[in-house]
Design a protein around this ligand. Structure first.
Ligand code: XUL
Ligand code: CO
Length: 438
């Protein structure tokens, strides 16, 4: 069956910008060298299991629109789903995939049985990965769908729920380790609250800190070398999520002494929901030394929820990739398509088209970002703008050599009357457009 689910059996190939074939790459050329690195190694694309293979196409007013032969709660269906998923990884030629424990195997009555189901499918993945070229970018545990987690997992008022979540994460982390995962992600699906009337905020924050520490301790115990990543999101499902944005998570990590042990998985749509730009979140994480990985998608600028659309917007991604390149590129991280086709996109090939379109848009954006790096005009402008801080005077201020008194005295003595200089935003935006080929 899986061979017949999609309309093609041969992997999608790079054909160049001249091609008008839909199932072909125009810009994503894995072997093309960009700034001394293969394009595939820069972008490290991953297909996610949940949106592509488990989401039924529902919205708040209607249920399933996507009919898939592997939908259902049996292990047989889970194996069929794995066959189709690996077929899609092969067709797209993506180097990575990602999953939640609940995406790959059905939940059972007890934790032990559910964990066994996950292990069984993970073993199947392991066998498939022996002959496939796809690797695991990250695994994670779904601590938000089951009703036991309605009041949170680590931040639940009931310690038994905390314990259940711990047991689930232990298994998902071990499975990720066994499959050679490059990272492990924690997205605090319901780690937040709706109303203070029923919530002890301080207690819940401490619970979350303890949970994170336990994950790091277990990672070290089992010898997992990948990176532990936290994914910020400001709201949805809860009104106030504790892991609101990069800055909030950094503060939390510092409070629990984990700022050197955990990094961040930034999602475009979550950045937008937090009132930030995507590139702001990347730049802040890089500045704080906690940039890890990306969930690449596109939020809708009018809707206040997580629309998780496939990213096709080249200019915005060029600015994001510029920040990633400035930060030195990915180490263990990559670009995970945390994106879903629209519920009316019901043709099997729509899954391929969505990924191809986005991979091409991102590849084109990478070329623009690489051009920004190579020409260096944006960088020179910023360096020149701050050049005063490289003078003896600037260094003395930041080096602790001055006080309010000494600075006040120097302003008077040298009769300093600093003059404003143009920030030249339109000029810089024009340069960005030029890097985009305008
Ligand atoms: C939810 C979200 C998750 C995480 C993994 O908005 O982004 O899919 O990426 O749990
Ligand atoms: Co995500």
């Amino acid at each position: 069956m899986p061979e017949e689910f999609f309309s093609i059996a041969e992997p999608v190939r790079y054909e160049g910008p001249e091609t008008d074939r839909t199932l072909a790459f125009r810009w994503y050329d894995p072997d093309r060298m960009v700034l001394g690195r293969r394009m595939e190694e820069h972008l490290r694309f991953a297909v996610c299991y949940w949106h592509s293979f488990t989401w039924p196409g529902g919205d708040p007013f209607g249920g399933q629109t996507l009919l898939r032969p592997w939908f259902g709660d049996t292990m047989e269906k889970a194996r069929l789903k794995a066959d189709v998923a690996f077929e899609m990884f092969r067709l797209l030629g993506v180097p990575f995939f990602t999953f939640h424990d609940r995406d790959i195997a059905p939940e059972a009555e007890s934790l032990a049985e559910s964990n066994r189901n996950v292990r069984e499918i993970a073993d199947l993945f392991g066998k498939k990965m022996e002959s496939a070229s796809v690797r695991l970018l990250w695994g994670t545990a779904n601590l938000f769908s089951n009703r036991r987690y309605m009041a949170g997992a680590a931040t639940n008022p009931d310690p038994e729920v905390f314990a259940y979540a711990a047991g689930q994460v232990k298994n998902a982390l071990e499975v990720t380790h066994e499959l050679g995962g490059a990272n492990y992600v924690l997205w605090g699906g319901r780690e937040g609250y709706e109303t203070l009337l029923n919530t002890d905020l301080k207690r819940e924050l401490n619970q979350l800190g303890r949970f994170l520490s336990m994950v790091v301790e277990h990672k070290e115990k089992i010898g997992f070398k990948g990176t532990i990543l936290i994914e910020p999101k400001p709201q949805e499902p809860t009104k106030h999520q504790y892991d609101f944005d990069v800055g909030t998570i950094y503060g939390m990590l510092q409070a629990f002494g984990l700022e050197d042990r955990v990094k961040i998985n930034i999602e475009q749509n979550h950045a937008i929901l937090a009132g930030h730009s995507f590139e702001h979140e990347i730049a802040l994480a890089a500045a704080l030394g906690i940039f890890g990985s990306i969930d690449i998608n596109r939020g809708d600028y009018q809707s206040g929820w997580d629309t998780d659309q496939f990213a096709m917007n080249v200019p915005e991604m060029a600015l994001a990739l510029y920040e990633i390149l400035k930060a030195g590129g990915f180490t263990t991280g990559g670009l995970n398509f945390d994106a879903k086709i629209r519920r009316q996109s019901i043709d099997p090939d729509d899954l391929l088209i969505a990924h191809i379109g986005s991979m091409d848009a991102i590849a084109r954006a990478l070329l623009a970002a690489a051009d920004m790096m190579e020409k260096g005009d944006l960088k020179s402008f910023v360096e020149e703008r701050y050049s005063g801080w490289e003078s003896d005077f600037g260094r003395s201020i930041l080096g602790g050599g001055e006080s309010l008194e000494s600075l006040a005295a120097q302003v008077a003595e040298k009769d300093l009357r600093p003059q404003p200089k143009s920030g030249k935003q339109e000029f810089l935006e024009m340069l960005v457009d030029r890097h985009l080929g305008v």
